[in-house]
Design a protein. Sequence first.
Length: 385
Amino acid sequence: MDIVYIDTNEALAFYCDTIRLSKVICIDTEFHRETTYYPELALIQISNGESTCCIDPLSVTDFTPFVSLLSNSNVTKVLHASGQDLEIFNHLFNTLPSPMFDTQIAAGLLGYGDQIGYAALIKKELNINIDKSQSRTDWLKRPLNKEQLLYAASDVYYLAKAYPKMLAQLESLNRLEWLRGDFSALCLPAKYIVDTNHIWKKVKGNQKLHGNQLAILQAVAAWREEMAQQRNRPRRRIVPDDALIDIARIKPDSAEKIQRLRSLNKTRLNAEDASQLLQRMKNAQRMSQEHWPKHVKRHKLNMREEALVDALMALLKLKAEEHHITPLNLSSRKELESLLQGSDDIPLMQGWRYSHAGQEVEQFLNGGSFMRIEGNELKLQTKDK
């Protein structure tokens, strides 16, 4: 495999110009996120099947040619498990690839299981074992050696060979159209925007709080998220979850008392940050009750309702077997529980999943079908009208 290493603006512009007429390019990234809020981009890999490159984002400063490729509607961008790559592109370049294709999602519709890894996919499609010896590389260190570049480039080099095979299989099964909605949803910028007013729902222990305590948690969690973004540090390193819960529960009346909270552990909270947290807390305490956030009321399912979820899972297994995919490609148990509690805003009730399984679930819940045993097998049968 020949690899083009790009570490200048001129080289990036030249390379992107040479591949701009490609119908398909495969893209991957290497990044670190252990000590930052946003992923730190360390390498971008591209291959069109004939040419493969590694772009050094620590040296290149003008990514305009690459961004043009991402937005070129005549070039399909192929990625594997694209979520964090798309987050990076949206954050750094304010651009999401379109059109795009995620081989991990597509693999699910080929019966390869749930969230298949890249190495397993390449083994299945090309019968090639991917060398993972460089998986612990610090991609931000320079220079990168030949083995590291070869490892990184293989993530797109083999993907470019696997993609046409997957595409042909999907077309033969008439499932390519099923994926368009899933891929379009991945490329909505709103998916990558954090709503700071709702981030409190991700704070561990929030279920223990009620009333004005939740209003305080909402306020201090939003402050922490804003600081994490501004300082590009993990939110837990700004203030731990336990400390946010304690502030909402105890309601310290001074910045000094906030600084002395045991739950801060080894986190050093300076006086200015403590004062800002105190002010957010006081503002939340003055908030009128009608604006307090509330937990979504979901009752604990009783035995009969649990049995109904079991029945729905059985129905999904029948539909999944019919299409040679896994039930999780259609819906999770948690989503079915939400459906029973009145929320139909789940993937099963949209797009191809609704057409191929959601309608049957709906019909079953409305009494229009039933399941029966025939020859030690479960069958779904529509009621006669």
